[in-house]
Design a protein around this ligand. Sequence first.
Ligand code: SAM
Ligand code: SF4
Length: 338
Amino acid sequence: MQLVDLIANAAPLSDGFNRAITYLRVSVTDKCNLRCVYCMPEEGLAWLRREEILSYEEIVDIVRAAASVGVRAIRLTGGEPLLRRNVSHLVEAIAAVPGIDDVALSTNGLLLAQAAQSLAAAGLRRVNVSLDTLRADRFETIARRPGLDDVLAGIDAALSAGLKPVKINCVVMRGSNDDEIADFAALARDRDVFVRFIEVMPVHENLELSAQTYVSSDEILERIAALGELAPVAGPPGNGPARYFALPGSRGAVGVISPLSHDYCERCNRVRLGADGRLRLCLFGDHALDLRTPLRAGAGTAELAELLRSAMLIKPERHHLRLGEAASRMRAFSEIGG
Ligand code: SAM
Ligand code: SF4
């Protein structure tokens, strides 16, 4: 059967809680060229071996199967996705899959300036760029590597390449960068960008840090509201969990993502494919299904689609993450807003 026929005939993916799953996040590598304090230990992780990582062809096979059961949007992420060679080739192949109508990328922006044009030409629609500080010395403290100028150049290049909207993800940490909330809000007022403030989440590497530096999204909004009247706005189209607001006369908007204080599990529409081919059903927890083994044993689109359907049975209703408790996080990255 042709893929177009499969798409026309298949019932869309839906989990045990009646949530339609239309969004697949794909980690193309576990490696990163930064070591953000809330995400990775300074020495890095025990990286996957090359043969453990899905090839681009394998990723596209899984995307094709996902599209055949209703997935419409793909986000490439990592690790740092732009570390993998020729990501634009992958973008092009995914954008050509019938049924996929949105391909996006989450990046730390370090390599974006060089890549933005070719990514846009390949069919990438938009980017999220992580940026936690606008101060060069602080960037090096938080990311444990230099690079602020490269990230800012990457944001400019993305806007020039028409990768709109650009969303900037800022993880807020008390005593570290929370004094820059107003500077980031000013960026959203003056430039055509959406700044999303993210509550820091507890993961193995950062339990103490997250407990000590947590700032709730309500507090973040209160602090922005002190700058001027904040009106709720629709925000950009997309699949994100953010709530958006704008100061008077803003070109962009600010958003908050509140995995801890106001989780959005009931609206969850997503699953995640790890670089190792494991389909993760929830941001946290051990609910996962290995797709790499059946794929390498010759599973085709219909068989992979059935596996995706069966995975819906183990998608949990919600995460039970609490401040100060370690999340059970496999080789996952947090990717909340990414
Ligand atoms: N390397 C890319 C980047 O930084 O955008 C893509 C992957 S990164 C894991 C995706 C997003 O997850 C980033 O916006 C990052 O800030 C966010 N993130 C990582 N660890 C986090 C944590 N402990 N709490 C909140 N957000 C986190
Ligand atoms: Fe790398 Fe992104 Fe994690 Fe920072 S948040 S260490 S850039 S994967």
